[in-house]
Design a protein around this ligand. Structure first.
Ligand code: SF4
Length: 408
């Protein structure tokens, strides 16, 4: 680690800091020191006590970073100036991830490259979808219901969805996904995961508790393969930022141990679950999602059945329609049978595959999408078709790959 050491931090903070730098297989951010953004209120309080400050100084720091979205220590005016100077002199910094590049789609979607906390060169991708993409519909949380107009200070959007990344690249290697082409480069830290959300909330002046904003952990990476950091970020977003876990959905390719850990989380912090199913049977699924050979469909469903669902909560099954591969009428019948047999309260989100360079699949014909939907409806399965958002800026599902050239 090249950065200055902040000798004033508690062991908990130092351990966290070490974790940040242990993940750094390349070069740390030039001039960086230990990072405060990503620590929870308890760790911040412990560090304040350690340097002889009252415990509530930690709460003040947490309030400033996570509620008021103050991005540097100088701006934390609830702390005495002398303390701020001491922290800065000791090498501490908030280092909240910043949006460094924005790509704006003609449908209003925005894709961001967000600065990492660890590496100078590696950015993280996130997407802002004003008015969502339909993926929130029908899961029992009411997340898709526009807020009532109060006639004053109206924003341009009624509700919005933020798509959050959990890793740089991904190891899961789904054959239809552009992110898979990167391979896994590294796990994101707690601060990098929560920081994407806070940077975007700040950019759009979101009012927590008033505006309808949903989070989907469906960006780059497999969240359940970075479970500890991802779940710590979720706790931070729930407890410190104030976002309800019922407004959050985590999507997994079917990592059984991760689903089992999620099932054991208390309902007050557990996000809703989406399973990226994408195929009607193990044979096709293993072909397009090699992870299925390790955890086939039945093993995934067994793990999902361990979840204690909230009243009216449904498990979302995402289904990417690949032209000629997964979009046939008989596939729809098989999916309906599979879900019926599972006994789970389920809904299906259909996603017409988004093309990406170097991936040989075909987009489904619009009639195939419609036919698939009709077949599921006829079998009594609740089904929604995701609106493609931000295809022109490579922001749509499966397209995140730090495609900077899309801006030019
Ligand atoms: S679809 Fe998700 S899990 Fe699969 S390779 Fe892409 S990012 Fe990873």
């Amino acid at each position: 680690m090249n950065g200055k050491k902040c000798s004033m931090l508690s062991p908990a903070v130092s351990a966290h800091t070490k974790q940040l730098f242990r993940l750094d297989t390349n070069r740390p951010v030039v001039g960086s020191g230990p990072v405060l953004f990503g620590l929870n209120a308890e760790a911040l309080a412990a560090s304040m006590v350690e340097i002889g400050e009252p415990v509530w100084r930690g709460r003040q720091l947490a309030e400033a970073m996570y509620r008021q979205w103050v991005a540097d220590l100088d701006g934390v005016t609830t702390l005495p100036k002398a303390l701020r100077s001491r922290l800065v002199a000791g090498g501490c910094a908030i280092r909240r991830p910043r949006i460094v590049q924005t790509f704006v789609s003609n449908d209003g979607t925005e894709r961001y490259l967000v600065e990492g906390q660890v590496l100078e060169s590696q950015t993280v991708e996130s997407v802002w979808m004003p008015d969502g993409d339909g993926g929130e519909a029908g899961d029992g949380s009411g997340a898709d219901v526009p807020k009532q107009s109060n006639g004053e200070n109206e924003k341009e959007w009624q509700r919005a969805t933020i798509c959050v990344s959990s890793q740089v690249g991904c190891a899961v290697n789904c054959q239809f996904c552009l992110t898979a082409k990167l391979g896994l480069q590294r796990n994101l830290t707690v601060g990098e995961i929560a920081g994407q959300v806070v940077a975007i909330l700040d950019r759009h002046a979101v009012e927590i508790g008033k505006d309808r904003v949903n989070l989907v952990f469906m960006g780059m990476g497999e969240p359940l393969l970075n479970y500890d950091s991802w779940m710590a970020a979720v706790r931070l977003l729930v407890k410190e930022v104030g976002i309800s876990p019922q407004r959050m959905t985590v999507s997994t390719s079917g990592i059984v141990p991760g689903i089992e850990r999620l099932a054991a989380e208390p309902p007050e912090v557990r996000p809703k679950l989406a399973i990226s199913l994408n195929a009607p049977n193990d044979e096709i699924r293993s072909e397009i999602m090699p992870i299925n050979r390790k955890w086939p469909i039945e093993a995934v469903l067994d793990a999902v059945r361990k979840m204690r669902l909230r009243p009216r909560e449904r498990i979302t099954f995402e289904y990417v329609l690949l032209g000629g591969v997964t979009d046939r009428p008989e596939h729809a019948q098989q999916v309906a049978r599979l879900l019926r047999r599972s006994g789970l309260p389920a809904k299906v989100n259909l996603i017409a595959w988004n093309p990406g360079p170097g991936i040989a699949y075909q987009m489904p014909q619009p009639e195939a999408v419609e036919g698939f939907k009709r077949a599921l409806v006829a079998e009594g399965v609740p089904v929604y078709v995701r609106r493609p958002r931000g295809r022109d800026i490579f922001a749509a599902c499966g397209q995140l790959k730090r495609t900077i050239e899309a801006a030019t």
